[in-house]
Write a protein that binds this ligand. Structure first.
Ligand code: ZN
Length: 158
């Protein structure tokens, strides 16, 4: 499974790649350390820095767009989509999310969300709950031609 390393300029991109299921480390380290970490951990380096992208012995995706969904399309186009059913990862922790029932989610989410959403996931590391809000749907709709990843992950409440 592809592993990614996003440089300091690409924090927002890194968070969304995690939500789409990509194992993505975000680092604000300087270029030499980034390059070393990418090699050591076998990660594809994501950067907007042409100098850094030219370093030898690295797999690099040069991210040229300023706009999030276009950046996601650049990265997914280069590294390929994940297998269908790959769980999303926590935007903060990069840990795979686990399904949660509505009853489990209810104490942790706003009341209107508990009333209207059926599918929840939570991070076993930080305990954050996730659901597919409008922003997520907009992003995944724009990426749909690129990725077979299904919209509905298994939910115990289904
Ligand atoms: Zn987390």
């Amino acid at each position: 499974m592809v592993k990614l390393l996003a440089d300091a300029m690409l924090g927002k991109l890194a968070r969304w790649l995690r939500l789409l299921g990509y194992d993505t480390v975000y680092s604000q380290a300087e270029d030499a350390l980034l390059a070393r970490q990418a090699r050591r951990e076998g990660r594809v380096l994501l950067t907007s820095d042409r100098e850094l992208a030219r370093r030898r012995g690295l797999r690099v995706v040069l991210v040229t767009s300023q706009e999030l969904s276009a950046q996601l399309a650049e990265v997914i186009g280069a590294v390929g989509p994940l297998p269908a059913g790959t769980p999303p990862r926590c935007m903060q922790c990069n840990v795979p999310l686990r399904p949660a029932s509505v009853a489990e989610a209810r104490p942790h989410v706003p009341p209107y969300v508990a009333r209207t959403q059926r599918v929840f996931q939570f991070c076993p590391h930080c305990g954050r709950f996730y659901w597919k809000g409008t922003h997520w749907r907009k992003i995944t709709a724009r990426l749909a031609p690129l990725s077979p990843a299904d919209e509905g992950h298994a939910s115990p409440s289904d």
